[in-house]
Design a protein around this ligand. Structure first.
Ligand SMILES: CC(C)(COP(=O)(O)OP(=O)(O)OC[C@H]1O[C@@H](n2cnc3c(N)ncnc32)[C@H](O)[C@@H]1OP(=O)(O)O)[C@@H](O)C(=O)NCCC(=O)NCCS
Length: 180
């Protein structure tokens, strides 16, 4: 089930966040950065984000009983000044066992719908150039737009931006057959 995230999901989101980084990014992001990620710090951060009603921000969770949160996504206004793109997909992370079952596609559709409801009809996502998930974004119609260098615990890594000029086709993916 995919639904809007609530404050009480903060711990589940944080656990997913940290686990997904540690399983996705070994050999891409320095060990010291991954080891330094703290579930309790991320729980506090997500609690604050989810409690802040003034912020234009959409967060969703994929929930699988009896496990709880198995994936999450968050989006909002674009932060990096790429001209012509109002929204940004900030984060999208699933546990290993939840991947390749259509959940990512449904979370992208939920975010696209949310951004359109805020009047943002286009969006970008930044992804590490070495992350194979960039093919997921290409599969969902993202067009490669730009590159930048980001610092992770002293390592300078290349990030690639993908853009969607029109979010409507992405939002319509939620009308696809249910999650496999
Ligand atoms: C990237 C991620 C969110 C994708 O979600 P998912 O639920 O596994 O993907 P889906 O099952 O919805 O796949 C949708 C389509 O993308 C394709 N796809 C997904 N991951 C892919 C990959 N790494 N390479 C190529 N194609 C991929 C699927 O084959 C599917 O194609 P189809 O329409 O032909 O069936 C998920 O795998 C994940 O959390 N990865 C680890 C964390 C991560 O890298 N997050 C992104 C950070 S920017």
């Amino acid at each position: 089930m995919i639904r809007r995230a609530r404050v009480e999901d903060a711990a589940g989101i944080a656990a997913t966040h940290v686990d997904s980084w540690r399983t996705t990014y070994p050999d891409m992001v320095p060990d010291s950065y991954l080891l330094g990620m703290s579930e309790s710090a991320y729980t506090r951060r997500w609690s604050a984000i989810l409690a802040d009603r003034a912020r234009i921000h959409g967060s969703f969770v994929a929930v699988e009983p009896p496990i709880g949160v198995v994936g999450f996504a968050s989006c909002g206004a674009q932060r990096t000044g790429l001209e012509g793109y109002g929204g940004e997909f900030y984060a999208l992370y699933l546990y290993d066992h939840a991947q390749n079952r259509g959940i990512g596609r449904h979370l992208m559709a939920a975010m696209a719908t949310e951004l359109m409801n805020y009047g943002m009809n286009s969006a970008v996502v930044w992804v590490l150039a070495v992350n194979p998930s960039r093919w997921f974004y290409e599969r969902l119609g993202g067009r490669r737009l730009a590159e930048k260098i980001a610092d992770f615990a002293g390592a300078e890594l290349t990030e690639v931006a993908y853009g969607w000029r029109d979010l409507a086709p992405l939002a319509r993916l939620s009308a696809d057959p249910p999650v496999r």
